[in-house]
Design a binder for this molecule. Structure first.
Ligand code: PMP
Ligand code: GLN
Length: 382
């Protein structure tokens, strides 16, 4: 039987491909973004206790009240505004599910969604499955800052949604207060909705402020703001996140969420509710924790032939490898894994049209010092 694929451009994700290649060749895996250090002990204990206590059946569709209240309180502490835990917060199966549900809640067939390239890999397939078109606007190839005039030029009467991501994967770039002002001006007077992917919201460096869309009333009234516990608590495999949106948008979001997953992993919801209440300040130390890793990693990278780019936020370091090789990035990533035992992620899969001649590789520094040192020992031999 002939299957006419709905997603002709989609293959296996670059993260899976590179993790498999790393495993096959025993390479140090700085590719797929996940920490290799433990989850806070309190959280693991709380998860075990939640299961022992019998929280093993369906959770409420929107998330357990205690967790939604904890998210509301945390949001108020961070951004000075408290969302309504019942009407505006939905607990999801990771940010990926939230992004998928948000897109499907509001984007119709034939409409357009503006994404800023390079962008995270799950955006476009969700847009295409909705029958819509992703309109790719490139970020500045040197700084990864948005060109708001180019975004404005990409708007058409069919534009339904604009997606932004800060701190940004793969570059670590962050939107500034001026960007947020430009974004407000751009959207003012339109019916265009905003999806703000803020999964790295607490991993910010050098005293910078994360410019959440939640800080700006004119943005949050039209936004799905999405975050993930996986990044903040070192547990990407637990797949728990959330979406904050105004009541009318949350109502539409929940129509999809309820038939997509119905509800998310119940024991972890109890664990996070307990953790956030017991250690509300946990996320405040995350920036310093990762900044120390970033600084050590960059210092040793300076002694290699790879040129590290600035990292304002997130846990990825981009390196320019043009002094080492003129291979295109996918081939370089493969060569580095097979021949030198270090795995990174090429950038071209994050683009509709990668900038010609770009020679960048993404390295994840959310790793133990031993892992990073082993990778650096190998990279210093290049
Ligand atoms: N958005 C971005 C920018 C990401 O980097 C990731 C995962 N690293 C996600 C969304 C998905 O998050 P989750 O694992 O919670 O689904
Ligand atoms: N978000 C992770 C990254 O950017 C990968 C998650 C996945 O493998 N889907 O590396």
């Amino acid at each position: 039987m002939h299957i006419d694929t709905k997603l002709p451009k989609v293959g296996t994700t670059i993260f899976t491909v590179m993790s498999q290649l790393a495993a096959e060749h025993g390479a140090v895996n700085l590719g797929q973004g996940f920490p290799d250090f433990p989850v806070p002990a309190r959280l693991v204990d709380a998860l075990g206790r939640a299961m022992q206590a019998g929280h093993n059946q369906y959770a409420p569709m929107t998330g357990i009240p205690a967790l939604r209240q904890a998210i509301a309180a945390k949001t108020e502490r961070c951004y000075g505004w408290r969302p309504d835990a019942d009407a505006e917060i939905t607990v999801t199966s990771g940010a990926t599910e939230a992004i998928f549900s948000a897109i499907h809640a509001v984007v119709r067939a034939g409409e357009e969604v503006i994404v800023l390239d390079p962008c995270y890999d799950c955006y476009e397939p969700a847009i295409e499955l909705a029958g819509a078109k992703a309109v790719h606007v490139p970020l500045d190839p040197a700084t990864f800052a948005p060109d708001w005039d180019a975004v404005r030029s990409a708007i058409t009467p069919r534009t339904r949604l604009l997606m932004v991501n800060s701190p940004h994967n793969p570059s670590g770039a962050m939107l500034s207060a001026a960007d947020m002002q430009a974004l407000q001006d751009l959207l003012h007077g339109t019916d265009i909705l905003l999806l703000s992917d803020e999964v790295y919201e607490h991993i910010v460096f050098d005293g910078a402020r994360h410019e959440s869309a939640l800080l700006y009333p004119a943005l949050r009234e039209r936004a799905f703001v999405i975050s993930s516990f996986g990044k903040t608590y070192h547990c990407t495999g637990w797949k728990l996140g959330y979406c904050i949106a105004p009541p009318a948008l949350s109502a539409e979001f929940r129509k999809v969420h309820q038939y997509n997953v119905f509800c998310s992993f119940n024991p972890a919801q109890h664990a996070f509710a307990e953790m956030i209440e017991a250690e509300p300040e946990h996320h405040e130390s995350l920036g310093a924790f990762y900044q120390a890793k970033r600084d050590r990693f960059r210092e040793r990278l300076q002694a290699t032939r790879l040129k590290p780019l600035p990292v304002p936020g997130g846990y990825f370091q981009l390196v320019d490898y043009s002094a080492v090789s003129s291979l295109p990035d996918v081939e370089f990533a493969r060569w580095l894994t097979v021949e030198h035992g270090v795995t990174g992620i090429p950038l071209s899969p994050f683009y509709a049209a990668p900038p010609p001649g770009q020679r960048l590789l993404r390295l994840c520094f959310a790793k133990n010092d031993e892992t990073l040192n082993l990778a650096l020992d190998r990279l210093s031999k290049l």
